[in-house]
Structures are given as C-alpha cells and as structure tokens.
Design a protein around this ligand. Structure first.
Ligand code: ADP
Ligand code: MG
Length: 238
C-alpha cells in the first residue's frame, strides 16, 4: 500500500552536493533505520522525503504516487523531530489537536484521534498540562503523539530520542517498536546510534557521505558487513 521509493534523488546546498542520485525502496510496513555518522545526509534525506527540502533531480514516490512536487501536508507523511518543538502556550490536548483543527476535521473525529493517540502513548493524564510542566520524556511522547494523530501512511523519525537520557531512550524505543507493530505503517528512523538501529530495525541502511554503503537486516549488517566502514561503524562500542 505505502511503499516508499526514492528514485535518483540529488540534493545540494549551493556548491555542496549532499545526496547524488540516491535510490532506496522501503516496502510497505517496513521499519527502516537510516544509520550513519553526523553530517552524512540523514536529515537531508528525510526532509527531502517529507517535502521540507527541495531536490534537484529524482522523484519521491509513495504508494505508487509521485509526490515529488506535492506540498508536505499532502504527502501522507508524519515526522517527528529531534527537538520537540511543542507549542508552549497550548495544552497537551491542543498540541495534539492543532494540525487536525487546521485541517478542519470534525470535532468528534479530532477528540477521538487525540484520545486514541494519548492512550497509545500513555499521556492521557497529561492532556490538560502545558509543555513547561512536562519532563523531557513526556514532551517527546507528545511530539510523537502529534505525528500519530495525523494518521499518515509513512512516519519519519529524525533522531527523536537523542536529547533524552539513556533510561528514557530505552523506554521510548520499546514504545516506538510497539507503535510500529500496532499501526503497521512504513517507518523510517534516523539515528547515529548503532544499538538503537540494531534493536529497532527490520532493515538498516548504512549511510556515509550521502551514499548507502549497505542495506540489510541487522543480522546481515552485523555478521557480513559490506566494507570496512560498515564493519567499523556498526562494530564500534556504543
Ligand atoms: P545528518 O543529519 O546525517 O547529520 P545533514 O543532512 O544534516 O546530516 O547534513 C549533511 C551535510 O549537509 C552536512 O555537511 C551539513 O553541514 C550540510 N547541510 C545541512 N543542512 C544545510 C543547509 N541548510 N545549508 C548548508 N549546508 C547544510
Ligand atoms: Mg541530522
């Protein structure tokens, strides 16, 4: 249903080419982790998929539909960023409901979606609070909730846990994996953390300098790395 295809996508910032004719197919319902060091182009690729970044060549195709020129909101994509930019003056409820209100969904539908997302993320008792009254982990749950209510066919996560302490990271990793099982949506999750990649992924794409070095299951990547870079990066202590 929502296979995601990246066909020959190039992105440059002025003279700096970050992605050059990149190809990648993510099958429907797969959890793909994009793993690579800082600066290798992970965020650039996610932003290009989401429509937040212009591409100079290539196509982004979702569920067979070419969305290369579609507005971000028309792509059926929801994205979770590293820093949880919640609206500080709004309650958690309104933070979750806001995009649905803007899209003019019926009130009952909005309430239903917000409560379902809140239940899945165990933040129901926080709905009346303002973001300032939340812990870092709770804020990131709300940030994930804002993506969940959109009911997208593809979810993109850009290092969503890297601002959290180790304990919370482990907890939320489990939650994200559970969400994937329950929602059965295509997910792309960006990280530079090998352990996170190994525990979350159906498949891992290892990226270096904007190029995919290897695409495979966590086991395959770990047991039979395609080259020294993959071996060193994946095998390095966390
Ligand atoms: P990652 O997410 O893997 O850390 P990015 O996609 O953010 O990598 O960045 C890839 C490269 O593009 C880096 O060299 C970065 O400095 C550069 N870059 C990212 N965003 C911009 C921008 N808006 N303008 C110019 N260069 C950028
Ligand atoms: Mg990044």
């Amino acid at each position: 249903m929502a296979d995601l295809e990246i066909r020959g996508v190039s992105v440059a910032y002025g003279a700096l080419t970050v992605l050059e004719e990149l190809n990648l197919t993510v099958p429907d319902e797969e959890f793909l982790v994009l793993l690579g060091p800082s600066g290798c182009g992970k965020s650039t690729l996610l932003n290009a998929i989401a429509g937040l970044q212009d591409i100079s060549t290539g196509q982004v195709v979702i569920g067979g539909k070419n969305v290369t020129w579609a507005e971000p909101s028309a792509r059926g994509i929801a994205m979770v960023f590293q820093s949880y930019a919640l609206y500080p003056r709004m309650s958690v409820y309104r933070n979750l409901a806001y995009s649905l209100q803007v899209a003019r969904l019926p009130r009952a539908e909005i309430e239903d979606r917000v409560h379902r997302a809140a239940e899945m993320l165990q933040i129901t008792e926080l709905l009346e609070r303002k973001p300032a009254m939340l812990s870092g982990g709770q804020r990131q749950r709300v940030a994930i909730g804002r993506a969940l209510v959109r009911d997208a066919s593809v979810f993109l996560f850009d290092e969503p846990l890297s601002n959290l302490d180790a304990q919370l990271r482990v907890e939320l990793r489990v939650e994200i994996k559970r969400l994937h099982r329950e929602l059965k949506r295509t997910m792309i999750y960006v990280t530079h953390d090998q352990v996170e990649a190994m525990t979350l992924a159906d498949k891992i794409a290892v990226l270096k300098g904007g190029e995919i070095q290897q695409l495979g299951t966590p086991d395959a990547i770990y047991d039979t790395p395609a080259n020294l870079f993959v071996a060193g990066f994946v095998g390095a202590p966390a």
